[in-house]
Design a protein around this ligand. Sequence first.
Ligand SMILES: [Zn+2]
Length: 504
Amino acid sequence: MAGKILVKGGLVYDHDGDVHKPLAADILIENSTISAIGANLPPQQTSGAKVLDASQHIVIPGLINAHYHSHDTLCRGLFEELPLEYWLLYTLPLGGNRSKAEVRLRTLVGALEAMRCGITTLQDMLGLIPFSEENIDTVLDAYAEIGERVVFSPMVSDIPAVGMIRNSNMLPPDIQEMLGTKTLGPAREQIDFLHAQIRRRPAAGTLHWACGPFAPQRSSPELLEMCADLAERHDLPVYTHVYETRAQALIAREAYAKYGGSFMNYMKSCGILNRRLNIAHSVWITREEMDMMAAADAGAVLNHNSNLKLKSGVAPILDMREAGMRVGLGCDNCSGSDVQNMFQSMKAYCMLAAVSDPAPGPPLAREALRNATLGSARSALLDDRLGAIKQGYKADLVLLDLNDTAYLPYNSAARQIVYTETGRGIDHVIIDGRVVIENRKVTTIDEAALRDEVRSLMKNFIPEYDRIVKERSVALPYLLQAHESVWASPLKLHRFLSRTRYDS
Ligand SMILES: [Zn+2]
């Protein structure tokens, strides 16, 4: 249980203070909350506290991964070179109808990796098949066991997965079936079930709920309206995938013509485009749609490394900044990027903005760090308690060892955290006032036992993966054709760069 802890003498990172040379201070944690911060806290206030020596450390707010899926953590390292639509062909079946042991292990594996990398909150947009109480309990119990904070949104959708492919009705029926022609059930049933789960296991401690319609093209207007209503009644954030690929922008133009060819207009007409909404990826969004998002105080969660690896393109970061859109950062799937590492996400945020425009200027490292903490917290409507080190905020803290070579020499906290740190400097992590990593050792679970369990599970998982890849290879020529037709169709948006073939 969390008690009273004094994090003593660290350089405490303050978004609004000196981000290059943060000042040393003590942080007093009582139960799950930061109760005081100061250079000279009175002894009577700190008496009885367990002391954590943070001298020679920078203390940063826990990083918040605002877009993640725990269903494919075991698929890490299995895929390469596949654009998103092909990758879905293989990863979807490996995520559904899994044993209880596997659901528990995959949740722990992702949470452990996140925690070790300083991610104290995961927004888990989980594809849960079947959508059952037992599965929900297995996942939430695993998060509670390891002590990772979760913003949990089991995904809902009432249009089958094959709808992710443009002109999917042209595909042979067996290929359509392979890509997914079933849904989790009628919209009303799914929303009622989700509602019942939120009441059964109410948000408390490290559990927070969110509403997660998979994507506009996988959601009927009724489903989106129900999600908007549920979110309003329970004060929930909403996360959905929008404009991840060029194909998705074309689907909007062609199949949503009555909404002006725009998913933003579609979502607006369903009442879901508001301050609760967060769209993951947002690579192929137009400038007008960015203005709509900003006006609604809706935000994007950017997942650059996943977009790069799955060949989706580069999100228009500088335009989003100009439009005044709020932004959080994420890492996306373990088989998509293939790592839960927000240091990589923060660095990519700055670097990809830099290759979008040669003019000197922002975004700066401090902005990347703010987006990876406060920006992601805001996406979950939790920025009044997460994302900064302040009195009254939750005690989600990460200690970075200044003796790591990332800080040799130590010139700027913000810049070296974003451009130099890899996660290697992390030696202590506190979540909700509980020390979950102490001197690089996880305190909540037996990590060696987890490794053994995963190793033994993979003995069956890999042959199954091999079989699925073999069986499904018949779909590849059709997907290739669909992919080529996407690239042959005009769309006045450019999200790729540095290819001489396109120079003229
Ligand atoms: Zn995703």
